[in-house]
Design a protein around this ligand. Structure first.
Ligand code: ATP
Length: 221
């Protein structure tokens, strides 16, 4: 699996439609300070589901939309599409090529697309579990992040190792199952409450029924 291309429109400084094509081997993006190199890495992080505006060096999520310049009006939405070559099927889908896209409007409305079909953020995250790709993966190491990893807490560093050894998806599944189990346990408590409430009513109801029968038979005689 390798990154084939990134398409951007309206994302940060990319007011024009732009397509970066990558091939096997190393590709470098060079340019003067502030020319938008880190915006490309931000775009990759964003399309893979980044939810933190701070991680994208902005104050709010709408900050990723091209804000306009003296010569150009602001745009109404940002769009990024990332295409991976999946001929080795590292990503667990049948497609030879996988395109993940994300779009956000100024209204806040947003969507994810997997090969053109709308999908959930969860689907995007699950697709990349344990591949090293993904917003938590180790394939995107931003400026200053090495320092953060080296001086960070062991728990934070562990996430990186979990991803590298490929146990993230099992940990996530376990967490989801534990959560489900917990909610089933709560349901059971509720059912038991209802049951004991109903059981409490059985005695008086039996008595009422008995009395009614007795009254009926005494009326008959
Ligand atoms: P450095 O080498 O200093 O890290 P860089 O080449 O990585 O810089 P970036 O930080 O990626 O550059 O890009 C910053 C540029 O992107 C700035 O010129 C900023 O004005 C522009 N920019 C960021 N967000 C937006 C936006 N929403 N609309 C328009 N331009 C934006």
């Amino acid at each position: 699996m390798y990154l084939k291309s990134i398409e951007l429109y309206g994302f940060k400084s990319f007011a024009h439609k732009m397509k970066f094509e990558f091939h096997n081997g190393i590709t470098g993006i060079v340019g003067p300070n502030g020319s938008g190199k880190s915006n490309v890495a931000d775009a990759v992080r964003w399309v893979l589901g980044e939810q933190s505006a701070k991680q994208l060096r902005g104050a709010s999520m709408q900050d990723v939309i091209f804000a306009g310049t003296e010569a150009r009006k602001p745009l109404s939405y940002a769009y990024v599409a990332l295409t991976m070559d999946n001929s080795d099927h590292v990503l667990p889908v049948d497609y030879e090529e996988v395109t993940i896209a994300r779009r956000v409007y100024r209204s806040g409305e947003s969507e994810y697309l997997l090969n053109g079909t709308p999908c959930r953020l969860k689907d995007v995250a699950e697709l990349f579990y344990d591949t090293g790709v993904g917003k938590e993966g180790y394939s995107i190491i931003g400026q200053g992040q090495i320092e953060k990893i080296l001086s960070g807490k062991p728990e934070d560093r562990r996430e990186l190792f979990d991803e590298a050894v490929g146990i993230v998806k099992y940990k996530k599944r376990k967490a989801a199952s534990v959560k489900k189990l917990e909610s089933e346990r709560e349901n059971l408590v509720r059912v038991n409450d209802i049951l004991s409430e109903q059981e409490r009513r059985i005695g008086p109801l039996e008595k009422q029924s008995e009395d009614a029968k007795n009254t009926l038979s005494s009326k008959k005689t």
